[in-house]
Each structure stands twice: as structure tokens, then as C-alpha cells.
Ligand binder design. Structure first.
Ligand SMILES: Cc1cc2nc3c(=O)[nH]c(=O)nc-3n(C[C@H](O)[C@H](O)[C@H](O)COP(=O)(O)O)c2cc1C
Ligand SMILES: CC(C)CC(=O)C(=O)O
Length: 351
């Protein structure tokens, strides 16, 4: 029997291997999961109108993001709890990211401490740290220092989570906490008694928090979870270095527009790099995001499926598969590189 042939087949393998509560935590979205489905289906609605007879050699997939040179404009989005998928957890993910010569964004809710993730990935792995700003600014600062000391090259501040989205699958399973023995290791030592402090979502998150963060770190700040072009303009005015158009994979506010439908307006509003995540499952999805002006895409669940199915090898295979698909799609579209993808490659499918 052949191995998985697509990212979707990795999901089927992962589902067979994971306890249902863990599978549903990874797979699920908020409320009716309208946005979860829309993220993927919006890509299918966009169709390609390729050019031919352009005589290109192998397309150039390499790119650079905030100074990090990477093999392709596909990076690893921050996702929590990798040790729910595999005992090696984020260590395996980091090794696979390094093998693929791409960039990893470590979740603040990782089940391995960020310094250990950095060690596993090695000095060449560009590692960014995702941050939920906490109500106690000293705690936020301690997390920032931890990320800096680990060698992280940017802070990715998630701004779509002023409260936790309601995921009905998790309620059904009573899945509200990590199982015995697994912890959010970046929060260790931050509770009053030196224990593991719970992660908070703060309702009063505002631009002042971004400004304060700007004043306590020299690292570039990336805002993740921003969808509106007016917020993109404000972000640039506050010294933010890059944006991630994201609806948290449909896990926060349900019925938010699909990210691929929001990205072009954000790109048009600012002069800073823009990444997009949500529903990227094929090389053609990457081409579509780039044609709309994004500088790159991030993938969340497919990494978890690779990890649950085959550990480090599975994540490496997921990244390799997407790279091969991107290479093939560019060749068939008549594009010579990831920087040469015209907007007129896209058409809306008739309803
Ligand atoms: C299981 C899971 C955990 C996640 N954890 C985080 C997190 O800790 N921080 C964060 O900013 N985003 C988190 N996200 C959102 C991802 O960074 C990303 O926006 C989303 O997964 C992209 O959609 P995709 O899964 O369709 O690729 C999580 C997503 C999933 C599926
Ligand atoms: C631990 C959570 C805050 C991780 C998260 O962002 C998510 O499950 O979507």
C-alpha cells in the first residue's frame, strides 16, 4: 500500500492514531465551524488561468521573511500542545522544520520549552515566538526575555483571542486541560509558587499593549489574527514589522470571512510583509495566496497531522509534499519564481 499522497490523507492517518478528544481538539473550530470550512472552500472557489509556452527552468521557490532566508514561502504556524500528537512534540516539529529549511513559529502554549525547541531546530532554524499578552506586564516581559534568550528572531502577537473561542467538540469530550504529565512549559516558573502559570486571554487588549511591547524588546513584532485593512494601517503606524492575516483556523470568532478573501485588502493597505494562514492544503493554495500579494503562508493543522501520523518524518513529509506541489503548480502556471506570480492568474469560479 502506498503512503499518504496528500495533506488530507495525512489527516486521515492522524485521525486513526489519535484519541478522538485530541483529534477533535486539533481539527475543530468555533461554534458551527462555518469559518473552519470556509477557509478551505474559499481556495477552491478561486481558479487558476495559467500562461503557457514561457520556457521556464525549475521555478525558484526561495524567499526571505524579516531577514530569514527560507526554502519556500511556507512556514509553520504556531499551534499548541504538540506532545498530544507525538511524545517528542515540538522537538520533532523543529527538527523537521530545520530539515525543510523553513521557519517555525513556536506557540507560547508549546508542551516543550522554547529554549529546547530552539536547540532541537539548531542555530540555522529561524524560530519566532508566538505570544499572548498577559494581564501582568511582568509576566509578558518574562516571556519576551525567555524567547529572546532562546534566540527567537521575532515575536508573533496573537490579537484575535480576547476570549477563548467556544469549541463545541471540546465541550462534548470535556477536553479543557492538558492530560496528566503535559504542561505549557513556557509558563513554568511564572506562577507565584514557581509552578506553571495558566495562559490568560485578556479582554482589554489594545494598541497600548503593542506600544508597551515595542518599548521592552528590540525584536520585530508580527501581529497575528488581524483581518481588517484599517487595523493593518494602524499596525504599521505602531511600528509592527509584519502581519499574519488569520482567523485562528476558524477557532475563535465563527463566521469570520475566509482568510484568503481578506488578504488582498490587507496587502493593499500596507508596505510591510503579509503572511496568511487558514485552509492551506495544496501547492495551488500557496500560489493563490501569493498571487493575491501575500509574502508567504503558514500551515497549522497539516503539521499536526504529519506529527501524529509519523512524528518528525511525518512533518518533514508534509512540508516536502507542499513544496513539491508548489513547484509543480508554478511550472504549470508558467511562473519562474514565487516572486513572479501575477494577480491575473486568478479567476473567481462562477457560482
Ligand atoms: C490545534 C491548534 C492549536 C492552535 N494553537 C495556537 C496557538 O497556541 N497560538 C496561536 O496564535 N494560534 C494557534 N492556532 C492557530 C494557528 O496558528 C493557525 O492560525 C491556524 O491553525 C491556521 O489554519 P490551518 O490549521 O487551517 O492551517 C492553533 C490552531 C490549531 C488547529
Ligand atoms: C492553548 C490555546 C490558547 C491554544 C490555541 O490558541 C488554540 O487552541 O487555538
Amino acid at each position: 500500500m502506498s503512503g499518504p499522497l496528500s495533506l488530507r490523507e495525512f489527516e486521515a492517518l492522524a485521525r486513526d492514531r489519535l484519541p478522538l478528544s485530541a483529534y477533535d481538539y486539533f481539527a475543530g473550530g468555533a461554534d458551527d465551524e462555518v469559518t473552519l470550512r470556509a477557509n478551505e472552500s474559499a481556495f477552491a472557489r478561486l481558479r487558476l488561468l495559467p500562461r503557457v509556452l514561457r520556457g521556464n527552468a525549475a521555478p525558484d521557490l526561495r524567499t526571505s521573511l524579516l531577514g530569514a532566508d527560507i526554502a519556500m514561502p511556507v512556514v509553520i504556524a504556531p499551534t499548541a500542545f504538540h506532545r498530544l500528537a507525538d511524545p517528542e512534540g515540538e522537538l520533532a516539529t523543529a527538527r523537521a522544520a530545520a530539515e525543510a529549511d523553513t521557519l517555525m513559529i513556536a506557540s507560547m502554549a508549546s508542551t516543550v520549552a522554547v529554549e529546547d525547541i530552539a536547540k532541537a531546530g539548531g542555530a540555522d532554524l529561524p524560530l519566532w515566538f508566538q505570544l499572548y499578552i498577559q494581564s501582568d506586564s511582568k509576566v509578558t516581559e518574562a516571556l519576551v526575555r525567555r524567547a529572546e534568550d532562546a534566540g527567537c528572531r521575532a515575536l508573533v502577537v496573537t490579537v484575535d483571542s480576547t476570549v477563548f473561542g467556544r469549541r463545541e467538540r471540546d465541550h462534548r469530550h470535556g477536553f479543557h486541560d492538558l492530560p496528566e504529565g503535559l504542561y505549557c512549559e513556557n509558563m513554568r516558573g511564572l506562577a507565584g509558587d514557581g509552578g506553571v502559570r495558566p495562559i490568560e486571554m485578556i479582554r482589554d487588549l489594545d494598541w497600548e499593549h503593542v506600544q508597551r511591547l515595542r518599548s521592552v524588546t528590540g525584536l520585530p513584532i508580527v501581529l497575528k489574527g488581524l483581518m481588517h485593512p484599517a487595523d493593518a494601517v494602524l499596525a504599521a503606524a505602531h511600528g509592527v514589522s509584519a502581519l499574519m492575516v488569520s482567523n485562528h483556523g476558524g477557532r475563535q470568532l465563527d463566521t469570520v470571512v475566509a482568510t484568503i478573501d481578506a488578504v488582498a485588502d490587507v496587502v493593499a493597505a500596507v508596505d510591510i510583509p503579509v503572511l496568511v494562514d487558514g485552509g492551506v492544503r495544496r501547492g495551488t493554495d500557496v500560489v493563490k495566496a501569493l498571487a493575491l500579494g501575500a509574502d508567504g503562508v503558514a500551515i497549522g493543522r497539516p503539521v499536526l497531522w504529519g506529527l501524529a501520523a509519523r512524528g518528525q518524518t511525518g512533518v518533514a513529509q508534509v512540508l516536502r509534499m507542499l513544496r513539491d506541489e508548489l513547484d509543480r503548480a508554478l511550472a504549470l502556471c508558467g511562473c519562474s519564481s514565487v516572486h513572479d506570480i501575477p494577480r491575473d492568474l486568478l479567476r473567481e469560479a462562477p457560482c
